[in-house]
Design a protein around this ligand. Sequence first.
Ligand code: NAP
Length: 497
Amino acid sequence: MTLATPLAAALLPAASGIDPASCARGLYIGGEWLWPAGRASIPVIDPATEQLLAEVPDASVEDATAAVEAAAQAAAAWRSTPPRRRSEILRRCFELMMARADDLAQLIALENGKALRDARGEVAYAADFFRWNAEEAVRICGDFMPSPTGANHIIVDYEPIGVCVLITPWNFPAAMATRKIAPALAAGCTVVLKPASETPLTAYALAAVCAEAGVPPGVVNVLTTSAPGPVTAAMLADARVRKLSFTGSTQVGRVLLAEAAKHVVSCSMELGGNAPLIVFDDADLELAIEGAMLAKMRNGGEACTAANRLYVQSGLYERFAAEITARMAALKVGRGTDPGTECGPMITLAAVRKLERLVDDALSRGARLLCGGARPNLPGFFYPPTVLDGVPADAAMACEEIFGPVVALSRFETEDEAIALANATEYGLAAYVFTRDLARGLRVCRRIETGMVGLNRGLVSDPAAPFGGTKQSGLGREGGTQGVLEFLEAKYIATPL
Ligand code: NAP
């Protein structure tokens, strides 16, 4: 592997492992690593040990303005860079990420806690957004048609929307960033990325990858802050910022929509989920169990698409419950970076406390514990794989995102009942359906109020597909041919020929 930047070198596993502190050189603004005088630091904690991994700078409003300035200065040259050249640079980002896949996976496993096998999957998924959008960059087509009146022609061009503010969560620190950076750059936009405070090292590592791939200074800027509210408000108030692309909780999404509305900034929102997983009596049990384990346990349950409520038809319920309990109880819990770990720690102590609250609430309402449920007396934010039987519809975990390794099982009798249960939520991100009857499967998929459905499949994420939600789960789509449109503005020209 060729190493052209010190940061990339820092990502290589040494005999003693990666040194995450060297991934925290400063804010990345205008192609430079800066730690402005007087800025405090934000600690990055290893969720498996509760030890300090590194410290990153705590950006101020002035730093955010400098980042917007850098993005604005780079905008004209980047939008006029030929699409083919932009495409080649994005393709190089993909190649560099894949060349460093093991190092990046180690870093993600370290700061996020997820198991290495999940981290490796994330790196491949994240890199693929660069590859997919490299292909999209040269296929941004306009339109040309005669006006029905015959008086003129209608020309539609797609133009880059302008400087974009990107805000990402901690649960997929690489993929949520590349899912925004790659289409924005393909569209000809420049960006300021604010990653989650828990997982900033991966974002800075991605900035180094972009720089090495030839992304010009100022096109991608990254800053970390402990004051996301004021810093984001200042960026949205800057007239040069024309787009906010946010991934995170519905609660914060609502706050940001209100803030963006003050300045009429275009918004894309990838928000929370509460995915139902429906298993009909005629399902292939083995396939349904595999799908349910994937839909529930990818990322230790810390995924917006995680199966939050498992509805199983009466005829298959007992066998499904026994099988999934055996599979959950057998999972190896441990430090994400340890080979063999299948379920790492949760991101914070608050996340563990939330799981304890949700499980206690469900038990108090009549659910039965089939496995797990008791937190180990160890350092680190661990919670054991847990299965609950007979979770009632009024339990808090049926309404809120669980975001952890807890399977909530409920029984249903009829197709109509399953659909009513599935749709009884304010969220509308993902759902899963298992049946051997294809006609029923497609019918149920169409009646479920979500942006995505996995039919006999526990994974929907794919850079080539439009990812996104309905209802309180968001606005807009990422990936597919739709993803790049979020960063483009249609320009209509009326002209007689
Ligand atoms: P979060 O608390 O909403 O935070 C997300 C990001 O927003 C972080 O970078 C956070 O910064 C920032 N933030 C918080 N308050 C802000 C404010 N007032 N102004 C501007 N930025 C602010 O979400 P999270 O806990 O990181 O992530 C979990 C949530 O993300 C879950 O609800 C999950 O479903 C959702 N999610 C959705 C998708 C999707 O594609 N639909 C994908 C992944 C995750 P700090 O870290 O500094 O607080």
